[in-house]
Design a protein around this ligand. Structure first.
Ligand SMILES: [Zn+2]
Ligand SMILES: [Zn+2]
Length: 133
């Protein structure tokens, strides 16, 4: 599979030449704050499959040490990926330009979701992280 993605302003673009792993939505309180939403839809990628096409110089990482955290466009604020030990670990599904071949596999950390966040699908739900992941 191949995917492309970009931020809200279009300044930052990336591509993935490979599979997206374990698409999930995390409903934890940290993701609510970090993504200013009810949660964070993301999938893991193999770091070697991911590359920036444009605008890497526009990226900022939080926390600011840049080694692990979320990486976002400092012009428009879109978070494009998470990094662990300096390598891209997962991409936000919302910044992808394609949706084919992506099936949500889990709602995670539903144990800490707010009461107003109602989940109305048949995707498996986990109180925290799935034990076999
Ligand atoms: Zn942007
Ligand atoms: Zn989370």
């Amino acid at each position: 599979m191949a995917y492309t993605g970009e931020c809200f302003c279009g300044g930052v673009k990336y591509k993935i030449e490979g599979a997206l792993h374990r698409p999930r939505i995390c409903h934890c309180s940290r993701c609510r704050k970090a993504f200013s939403a009810q949660g964070n839809a993301y999938a893991e990628v193999d770091p070697g499959d991911f590359s920036w096409i444009q605008g890497e110089e526009l990226l900022t990482t939080f926390p600011a040490d840049g080694n692990s955290g979320k990486r976002f466009c400092r012009v428009c604020g879109s978070t494009l990926c998470g990094v662990v030990d300096g390598r891209v670990h997962g991409v936000t599904l919302g910044t992808l330009n394609q949706d084919q071949g992506i099936t949500l596999q889990a709602h995670i950390f539903v144990g800490s979701k707010p009461a107003w966040d109602t989940i109305n699908d048949d995707v498996p739900q986990f109180e925290e992280f799935p034990p076999d992941w």
